[in-house]
Unconditional design. Structure first.
Length: 361
């Protein structure tokens, strides 16, 4: 425990020193976040608030871990996945800031007409493209905006590459094929294991990204989650992961100091993707997937409200909430932003305790 507290304090000191420098840098170069035009009007005053605050805490956590807590069996895998997710988040954040046009994955019908002159062959090509178009349309309906210049299906494809790597490494390289359930223990599910891990990774990552919409909301819930993961790792004797989680807690504390209302900096996609990816991977490495889903339940419920809203409106032209994600729904009911954030934190803390109880059964 002494070592874990030292790692935490080291992360606090380093991030605390770095954040003022980073905030001044992003202010100087106008690396500010845009605000949803259809969002709550109280958010308009946040226009131009610097983003990419998550870059600092993932940098400090990675450096401390690679220098002092490098473990092939426990910490290197989470750090690698976190950095992959963070790099993807940086791509999105720069897209928002500099209005890049994103990646273009399409095949124009006009070129089909020039190259394939035989009608049956053209018909076959169109038939092959139909599932792809259906895939893009589905994610257009249920996905988030493409303000970063990347379409939702493009984001899902990149996330799938990272999630696919996690599934491949755990199933084929590490040989894991079981999910732990409370009271039952390890349940072997064979080839379904990589499918379950892939879906868990994608869902958690996107849920955290959707939740990052209020000052301090995702950062505070992330802090609560990593405290729970810290305790979980200690109790299950994953000592290096306990040090890693303590480091993450220490790195999040200064960020939250600058991120609570009124926020001086947002974590951006680089931060939300890192939080989501790391929470999911730690659950996998500790074989406590079910418990970690309970720890992250507020992220999951808030995150799923957005695609549910999109699907409901697309199918019935009726909205389930006044605005999605659901944290905005409570704002439009008249709750102040800080009231929403604090109550979400309280619910998150309750489920963190429940997740810990389940993990240790």
């Amino acid at each position: 425990m002494h070592a874990q507290l030292l790692y935490l304090l080291l992360a606090v000191v380093l991030t605390g020193l770095l954040y003022p420098l980073w905030i001044n840098f992003v202010y100087k170069y106008h690396m500010g976040e845009e605000v949803r035009g259809n969002g709550p009007k109280s958010h308009l005053k946040k226009l131009g608030t610097p983003t990419m605050g998550g870059l600092v805490f993932i940098l400090i956590v990675s450096v401390i871990t690679l220098l002092f807590n490098r473990s092939r069996t426990q910490t290197l895998f989470p750090v690698l996945v976190a950095c992959m997710a963070g790099f993807f988040g940086i791509m999105e954040d720069f897209g928002k800031i500099y209005k890049t046009t994103g990646f273009r994955f399409y095949f124009r019908n006009v070129w089909l007409g020039k190259i394939f002159l035989i009608a049956p062959l053209r018909f076959m090509i169109q038939a092959l493209l139909t599932p792809w178009r259906g895939f893009k349309e589905f994610w257009r309906i249920v996905g988030s905006s493409d303000e970063s210049g990347m379409k939702t299906y493009q984001k899902i494809l990149i996330q799938s590459l990272i999630g696919g790597f996690v599934s491949y490494w755990t199933y084929f390289k590490l040989g894991w094929d079981y999910i732990w359930f409370p009271l039952l223990g390890d349940v072997h599910i064979g080839w379904l294991y990589p499918v379950v891990i892939f879906l868990m990774f994608i869902v958690v990552l996107n849920s955290v990204a959707f939740t990052d919409g209020l000052d301090g909301l995702a950062g505070g819930l992330g802090l609560i989650a990593f405290i729970a993961l810290w305790v979980m790792a200690s109790e299950l004797n994953y000592n290096e992961l306990a040090l890693f989680s303590a480091t993450f807690v220490g790195a999040l504390l200064p960020f939250l100091y600058f991120n609570v209302n009124p926020a001086r900096i947002f974590m951006g996609n680089v931060g939300s993707h890192v939080l989501g990816a790391t929470i999911a991977v730690l659950g996998v490495v500790m074989h406590r997937e079910v418990a970690v889903l309970l720890v992250a339940i507020v992220f999951l419920l808030d995150g799923i409200s957005s695609p549910l809203q999109q699907l409901s409106y697309a199918l019935t032209k009726k909205r389930l909430f006044r605005m999605a994600p659901v944290h905005h729904h409570f704002e439009l009911l008249g709750w102040h932003e800080t009231k929403v954030t604090l109550r979400f934190w309280l619910v998150g803390a309750l489920f963190a305790f429940l997740g810990l109880l389940v993990a240790l059964l």
